[in-house]
Design a binder for this molecule. Structure first.
Ligand SMILES: C[S@@+](CC[C@H](N)C(=O)[O-])C[C@H]1O[C@@H](n2cnc3c(N)ncnc32)[C@H](O)[C@@H]1O
Length: 314
């Protein structure tokens, strides 16, 4: 999510979170699909001369390496070597976030949301390094805490790792639900913030009963959702708020949709889509919210807009 707009700033800004400014390019083809691990080539079922079948395990080791094998009907064992070739190294873009059990699934090159999901799967740690020391969240969270009832229900849309927002709110006794499209972000959030609930989902597919939450937070995530889907999402968020409930969000400051092929230098692409500040403000109003605060939040030579909006009482 990107961009707040200090209305009236008459020059271009450039964001560290957003890609470098350039003419809109739209969505570009993603990188190749995740290749099948080498081991999967070696899991073919073989048949021993004696007629018994066996399976080559993940490392290609059959029951006995002295047995000769022939391919069963429909299988080709051409290229199978014994001893097996050393495992190929994983491609660079898949190594940082694919260790151990962390979920990382192939990207759908037709879907920009899938590019975003994969980008955060791969860059979760780099993102934390780049932005984890930011202090500006502190006053935003403090302000929100002062507006919530005891044990308030809060939804964090695009929660990332849950730090600092979900963690701070949960520590203050609030009932926090975090939603994120990235499986790696959600897995890390569950480890880092055990006191909150986390759900992996595309925010635009969420459904909650109306008047479920005392507050909804959406920081730097709306900017990754296709701009044409944002007004409808804002309307649904407004409906989930209880009367008097608060919406805290950062949005784009200037209109832009595009891709950075190597975001944060981490070897993975990222995609953004956002409208300008005035458009975001109009969407909030159309969703039935009252905008009580709007502030340009500079970042690098660009920035975002922080909105605080409220569902009217009764
Ligand atoms: C820049 S990070 C911000 C994380 C957190 N809100 C914060 O401020 O630290 C944006 C997050 O939004 C998530 N996101 C992007 N598109 C999403 C979508 N369609 N549904 C849910 N989460 C999404 C990303 O996976 C990522 O974790």
């Amino acid at each position: 999510m990107d961009g707040c707009g200090g209305a009236g700033l008459g020059h271009e800004h450039r964001s560290l979170r957003a890609a470098p400014r350039r003419p809109p390019t739209g969505f570009r083809a993603a990188r190749p699909r995740h290749p099948a691990p080498t081991g999967s080539l070696l899991t073919a079922v073989g048949v021993m001369r004696a007629g018994r079948s066996f399976t080559l395990g993940p490392h290609g080791r059959p029951v006995s390496d002295r047995l000769r094998i022939r391919a069963p009907r429909g299988w080709s064992l051409r290229g199978l070597r014994w001893p097996p070739a050393p495992a190929r190294r994983q491609p660079k873009w898949c190594r940082s976030a694919c260790r151990g059990p962390l979920p990382c699934t192939p990207v759908n090159p037709e879907d920009p949301k899938d590019l975003v999901r994969r980008g955060y799967d791969l860059l979760s740690v780099q993102y934390e390094r780049a932005f984890g020391s930011e202090t500006k969240y502190g006053s935003w969270i403090e302000d929100l805490l002062g507006r919530l009832p005891d044990a308030g229900a809060v939804l964090d849309v695009g929660c990332g790792t849950g730090v600092p927002v979900a963690r701070s709110l949960a520590a203050a006794g609030h009932l926090v639900t975090g939603v994120d499209i990235s499986g790696v972000q959600i897995q890390r959030a569950r480890e880092l913030v055990p006191g909150a609930e986390f759900v992996r989902a595309d925010a635009t597919t969420l459904a909650f009963p109306s008047e479920t939450f005392d507050a909804v937070v959406c920081l730097y995530a709306l900017i990754h959702i296709p701009v044409e889907e944002q007004p409808a999402l804002l309307e649904r968020i407004a409906s989930w708020l209880r009367p008097g409930g608060w919406f805290l969000a950062t949005t784009g400051h200037q209109s832009w949709t595009g891709t950075d092929e190597n975001w944060l230098g981490g070897g993975a692409a990222m995609w953004w889509s956002h409208a300008d500040a005035a458009t975001n403000r109009s969407w909030l109003l159309r969703a039935g919210l009252e905008v009580s605060h709007e502030e340009f939040v500079p970042e690098g030579d660009s920035g975002h807009v922080l909105f605080r909006a409220r569902r009217p009482q009764g």
